[in-house]
Design a protein around this ligand. Structure first.
Ligand SMILES: *Cc1c(COP(=O)(O)O)cnc(C)c1O
Length: 357
């Protein structure tokens, strides 16, 4: 028997979540965002999302792989290309590329392509990572529309703070100013905008990641509990050891937990080297054979320790859900001071994956 930890990827849940997103924006096209190995769910499992209108990702190699597997609908490179020569691949495989820097425009001017390509013109809307300053938009737009290597241009922006309503309002204003008097395709919304802000009213294409995987863009499961998404990833393992401890005993590295009254502790085969967050504190929820309990002590590389006070029947071999349908990844992430995004992308390669179709 191998070590009992396993990540289960539920392809039905991916498909279901896409259909929920579709029902929220029936008139818009959807980019299913599958960067970071489909947020840790595996780039090979994205075919269950094939009802999407397009896939958005970062690596050109993955884009080529999708084409070679027969994907004919659009593919968007969210960070664009990293070298002028990449344009030959973009041309050959008809990829849509983001343009965020002057050197990329120069590259497009100087190259001879077989067919014109679709581009996403990225405008810096206050995140101050990638994109052109808004003041340059007119000039750049007026230049790009005459480039024969360009088929069409979509304005892309990314909101820096969807939790702050004044930031979102500023974002709205920026969009309005930019598109005024111009018949311009836009891609403005990510998952949070789509759920909670009317930015979709400007969109032709929404870019949706986290919702497809069944977690919340805000980090609070409660915020999405009403839209019926299904967690697509379950991380589970088993109890591989039991300790019955007396008052004053300590658990784990640094004696980080001291037993206050006689307590049964379960040792679970899952640690930070599996992608479980090392900063998860005592109290982080864990499910044992269907019963809620919690972590005690520090997370080690290969193990965690859990309280079995409320699980008298738990024994070696009992099933443990670290996150999944009952314990939401958002809850574990929140306890550890991070986001579901982070935990799903951090699933370690050593964890075996089981696919449910
Ligand atoms: C990752 C990414 C998204 C998806 O964001 P979610 O919050 O997961 O929906 C959208 N747009 C861009 C540019 C991204 O990089």
């Amino acid at each position: 028997m191998s070590r009992p930890i396993i990540a289960t990827i539920n392809q039905k849940a991916l498909k279901h979540n896409l259909s929920i997103v579709r029902s929220l924006t029936p008139k818009l096209k959807i980019w299913a965002v599958i960067k970071a190995n489909a947020y840790g769910h595996g780039i090979n499992n994205v075919w269950s999302l094939s009802d999407t209108d397009g896939f958005a990702l970062l690596n050109i190699e993955e884009a080529v792989m999708l084409r070679e597997h027969g994907w004919e609908k659009p593919i968007l490179l969210l960070e664009g290309f990293f070298h002028p020569k990449d344009l030959y691949i973009i041309d050959r495989y008809q990829l849509t590329t983001t343009i965020h820097s002057q050197w990329q425009i120069k590259a497009l001017e100087n190259i001879r392509l077989l067919n014109p390509i679709s581009i996403y013109l990225k405008i810096n809307s206050g995140m101050n990572r990638l994109g052109f300053h808004q003041k340059l938009f007119n000039t750049i737009w007026n230049k790009l529309i005459y480039l024969k290597n360009i088929r069409d241009i979509t304005l892309m922006m990314h909101c820096s703070n969807t939790n702050n309503i004044s930031k979102v309002n500023k974002y709205f204003k920026n969009i309005q100013n930019l598109i005024k008097g111009r018949n311009c395709l836009c891609s403005i919304s990510n998952s949070a905008c789509l759920l909670w802000h009317q930015t979709v009213s400007y969109d032709c294409w929404v870019r949706v990641g986290i919702l497809l995987y069944g977690a919340s863009p805000s980090g609070n499961w409660f915020d999405i509990s009403n839209i019926n998404l299904e967690p697509a990833m379950t991380l589970s393992s088993k109890i591989i050891g039991i300790q019955t401890l007396k008052t004053g005993d300590t658990i784990g590295y640094g004696d980080s937990y001291t037993v206050k009254k006689p307590q049964r502790i379960g040792i679970v085969a899952c640690g930070y080297a599996d992608g479980y967050p090392r900063h998860a504190p005592t109290g982080t929820p864990v499910l044992v054979d269907g019963n809620m309990t919690h972590l005690v002590g520090t997370v080690s590389m290969d193990m965690i320790t859990i309280d079995l006070t409320n699980c008298p029947r738990a024994s070696i071999g009992s099933n443990v859900e670290l996150w999944g349908n009952i314990i939401k990844i958002d809850q574990v992430a929140k306890a550890a001071g991070t986001l579901g995004y982070h935990l799903m992308c951090s699933l370690a390669p050593r964890v075996p994956i089981k696919i449910i179709c």
